[in-house]
Design a protein around this ligand. Sequence first.
Ligand SMILES: C[S@@+](CC[C@H](N)C(=O)[O-])C[C@H]1O[C@@H](n2cnc3c(N)ncnc32)[C@H](O)[C@@H]1O
Length: 271
Amino acid sequence: MLSYRHAFHAGNFADVLKHLVQIEILLYLQKKEKPFIYIDTHAGAGAYSLDSMEANKTQEYRQGIERILLLDWPELSNYQDIVRTQKGEYPGSPVIAQRLLREQDHALLFELHPNDGVALQQRMARDKRIRVRLEDGLRGLIAALPTPTKRGLVLMDPSYEMKDDYDKVIDTLQQAHRRMATATYALWYPVVDRARIERMERSLKKSGIRNIQRYELGLQADAEGYGMTSAGMIVINPPWTLLPTMQQLLPRLAAHLSEQSVWRCDEWVAE
Ligand SMILES: C[S@@+](CC[C@H](N)C(=O)[O-])C[C@H]1O[C@@H](n2cnc3c(N)ncnc32)[C@H](O)[C@@H]1O
């Protein structure tokens, strides 16, 4: 039974980090003419109204995209343009990807929640480059790999509703990497209990996979019992531009979003 609905959280600081990293990677993939594939294992509904009851119940977007749109920093302009043209809705990862796919590129989107899955199918129905599957994204990913093109981004953005989700995603990431080592993999995680993230870090460092970086943005220092204090992205095979871009962007972004200025940017495993 899935109870998580992204509509309550769309545009929050965690989405800001996730979508900035997603955009950087997709823009880098666009640099070569050769087609790429975008796979989203946990795609959500596609876009979310910021006037909805859900968004306004939590108002999380106020300490996220609402503050980002006030900034005039060139590194944010691609993200801001995509959000602004969505008009009143916050674009989720599938809509952001759709905006950055070229004619020759394709996307495969998985969403298990029936309402969000059908909404996503309807939204993407006319786009021949995009397939939406109402299936388990982790199993679907393994079945889909390797893809005909070996260039691509796999975004894994689970809701971590079950404790064993943390182990399951790391296991899937390793299986996926064995099937297609050339793709870029980006795994989102929430920091609710730091020990779980350290466990993911140890597993990945032991896995033999090379070229792994981690990016984190938070609203407050780690503290148990406060829910999600930070959120992170683990990126395997990042474009070489990602680390320098985020190294100069994350500290400023963190200071703009909260007084505590919480961020991390590090290389877990070298190339
Ligand atoms: C954090 S939300 C996704 C947000 C989206 N990636 C974005 O950035 O706009 C996670 C989604 O995963 C869905 N989900 C949970 N378990 C799943 C599974 N095993 N396979 C596919 N989707 C799943 C949930 O219904 C939820 O919509």
